[in-house]
Design a protein around this ligand. Structure first.
Ligand SMILES: Cc1cc2nc3c(=O)[nH]c(=O)nc-3n(C[C@H](O)[C@H](O)[C@H](O)COP(=O)(O)OP(=O)(O)OC[C@H]3O[C@@H](n4cnc5c(N)ncnc54)[C@H](O)[C@@H]3O)c2cc1C
Ligand SMILES: *[C@@H]1O[C@H](CO)[C@@H](O)[C@H](O)[C@H]1NC(C)=O
Ligand SMILES: *[C@@H]1O[C@H](CO)[C@@H](O)[C@H](O)[C@H]1NC(C)=O
Ligand SMILES: *[C@@H]1O[C@H](CO)[C@@H](O)[C@H](O)[C@H]1NC(C)=O
Ligand SMILES: *[C@@H]1O[C@H](CO)[C@@H](O)[C@H](O)[C@H]1NC(C)=O
Length: 492
């Protein structure tokens, strides 16, 4: 009788260590003793907070903490370390790989979207932004408090934290840089549950690491961002591109590229948008329609294209123009979702053979594809762009010298993403990477691709910054409390 009993105990022990969800009772006890607010499993809040933006990648948390203060975050981190579960902060929940849920089952999720205050200080220069604020709320609040702004993307539901800790490109970035270029300080809860302020002068190594790889080093509870005066007038516009054949794409793109490198004015912000139904330039110009006309006409005459829908407007109307009818000032609950696979690229200027291969793929593989795919190519660098003006070693974000930022996106309107879908975007990206060396391209973790293994992902996201990031990881989080499948591995 003793032998079977002993066996069943050890079987239970093995199950408990193998299955992190088995730690639920211990973690719940610890959080309850520390009076940390949590979502009750099965409650509406739990369902909303655990529901991923990318429905393709649902994961089961062991606990969902909903802090109201930095102290709550500290207590939650301390409980997770004690019980031995991994922790991930979630702000807007828009990670393409569901990394805010941990990217696998059994993590503690620190859901920050109830902490979303935005306050501009009395100098009208520095904004204090709680980490759970979404971009639409940030833009609205900054504008209301003195017509201020900083650079960031236009999807109103994206969280400021995931966005600004890993880049943050939008319709201000050619003029004013990335969201992380405007960060001047952050309050961070580290793996040992201490809260520190970091900036250029306080914990500068941590501040260097946060700006490009922030999800690996702690939980930011509050940001301090510098701001600029929102321009009184901006002009939104499109240009329909006559890109029907592979050779039209290759030659039009070469013309565009040359202009972006040498002549595109700083006040112009622009991207290529291609889908099954259209191929166009979309943009925002800092100024009126006359200024836009003279800024862009040298390009358009070479492209054989013309301006359409040029509309001068105010700052917030331009922001909502590019949200395509979505509500701008959003908070909790946020219920928008999609089912998709996405990939990214950041590249140097492209040689002719790459433009030809990519154009050929666009025409032969993408245009006939009936799913709801799109490609966005942001005019990112060049002579007059803000991003390359910051020195490459200022922060861990790895791409100061590139010309284009790409997002490849393939979604289904209903049902599940097809298992044979991945090869479509993998093949398109391959037309670039197979013809370039690794100093000419990288990938952007804000458009995370979880199909890459950890070694490949770290190299592609962080390139030359990776060794120093791994050193800092070894100092501040050696046991990898803040882990996800593509997170930075500590240096040995
Ligand atoms: C519809 C849509 C449009 C987009 N448009 C753009 C765009 O125009 N430009 C652009 O650059 N990107 C864009 N993105 C990508 C977006 O910037 C990233 O997905 C971003 O990481 C999302 O941040 P989040 O806080 O919403 O996500 P989350 O899933 O909450 O977090 C993303 C990552 O950041 C970590 N994280 C979250 N909060 C914190 C914190 N407080 N402290 C430390 N780490 C934290 C998470 O653990 C996770 O690893 C878009 C995404 C979507 C879905
Ligand atoms: C961080 O700085 C803020 C604002 O200056 C201050 O209120 C807060 O107490 C500081 N926190 C820590 C942990 O030093
Ligand atoms: C990569 O290619 C570029 C452009 O051809 C070249 O200048 C550079 O030296 C190459 N780098 C490496 C590491 O091969
Ligand atoms: C990771 O993926 C790359 C590229 O596919 C491959 O070369 C490498 O062997 C893989 N590494 C591991 C550890 O699986
Ligand atoms: C917590 O970790 C940080 C970063 O490694 C370190 O500077 C600090 O001294 C640690 N605090 C405690 C109380 O151990």
């Amino acid at each position: 009788m003793r032998l079977p009993f002993a066996l069943s105990i050890s079987t239970l022990v093995v199950l408990a260590t193998a299955n992190p969800l088995a730690k639920r009772a211990a973690i719940d006890d610890c959080l309850s003793s520390a009076a940390v607010p949590v979502d009750k499993p099965g409650s509406t809040d739990w369902q909303q907070d655990a529901n991923p933006f990318n429905q393709r990648l649902p994961y089961k948390p062991v606990a969902i903490v909903v802090p109201k203060t930095t102290e709550h975050v500290q207590a939650a981190v301390s409980c997770a370390a004690k019980v031995g579960v991994k922790v991930n902060p979630k702000s807007g929940g828009h990670s393409y790989a569901s990394f805010g849920l941990g990217g696998e089952d059994g993590h503690m999720v620190v859901e920050l979207d109830r902490m979303n205050q935005v306050t501009v200080d009395s100098t009208m220069q520095i904004a204090t932004v709680q980490a759970g604020a979404r971009l639409g709320h940030v833009a609205t609040s900054l504008y209301q408090q003195g017509k201020r702004a900083f650079s960031h993307g236009t999807c109103p539901g994206v969280g400021v934290a995931g966005h600004a800790l890993h880049g943050g490109f939008g319709f201000s970035s050619h003029t004013h840089g990335l969201a992380l270029d405007w960060m001047v300080g952050a309050t961070v809860v580290l793996a040992n549950a201490t809260a520190v302020n970091c900036s250029e002068t306080e914990h500068p190594d941590l501040f260097w690491a946060l700006r490009g790889a922030g999800s690996n080093f702690g939980i930011v509870t509050t940001f301090r961002f510098n701001t600029f005066a929102a321009p009184s007038q901006v002009t939104t516009f499109q240009v329909n591109l006559p890109w029907n054949s592979a050779s039209q794409i290759a030659s039009g793109w070469a013309t565009l590229q040359n202009w972006v490198q040498t002549s595109m004015p700083s006040e112009l912000n622009m991207r290529i948008f291609g889908s099954g139904s259209q191929t166009q330039l979309q943009g925002m110009y800092y100024g009126g329609t006359g200024g836009l006309q003279s800024a862009i006409s040298p390009l358009l005459s070479n492209l054989g294209a013309s301006l359409s829908n040029a509309q001068a407007t105010d700052w917030m109307s331009a922001f909502s123009y590019y949200t395509y009818g979505q509500q701008v000032d959003v908070g909790h609950p946020y219920n928008q979702v999609e089912t998709f696979f996405s990939k990214s690229l950041v590249t140097s200027a492209l040689p002719t053979n790459v433009l030809q291969a990519a154009g050929q793929y666009w025409v032969s593989q993408a245009k006939p594809n009936q799913r709801q795919w799109y490609i966005i190519v942001d005019m990112y660098g060049g002579q007059n762009a803000a991003i390359p003006k910051i020195s490459a070693d200022t922060m861990s974000y790895a791409y100061r010298d590139k010309l284009f930022l790409f997002e490849f996106y393939d979604r289904v309107a209903g049902g599940s993403y097809p298992s044979n879908g991945f090869s479509f975007l993998n093949g398109w990206v391959n037309t670039f990477t197979s013809n370039l060396n690794s100093s000419q391209w990288g990938m952007y973790i804000n458009y995370a691709d979880p199909t890459m293994n950890r070694t490949e992902a770290q190299q592609n996201y962080w390139r030359q910054s990776l060794p120093r990031l791994q050193q800092i990881k070894a100092q501040v989080d050696p046991t990898e409390l803040f882990y996800y499948p593509q997170s930075i591995q500590p240096a040995k």
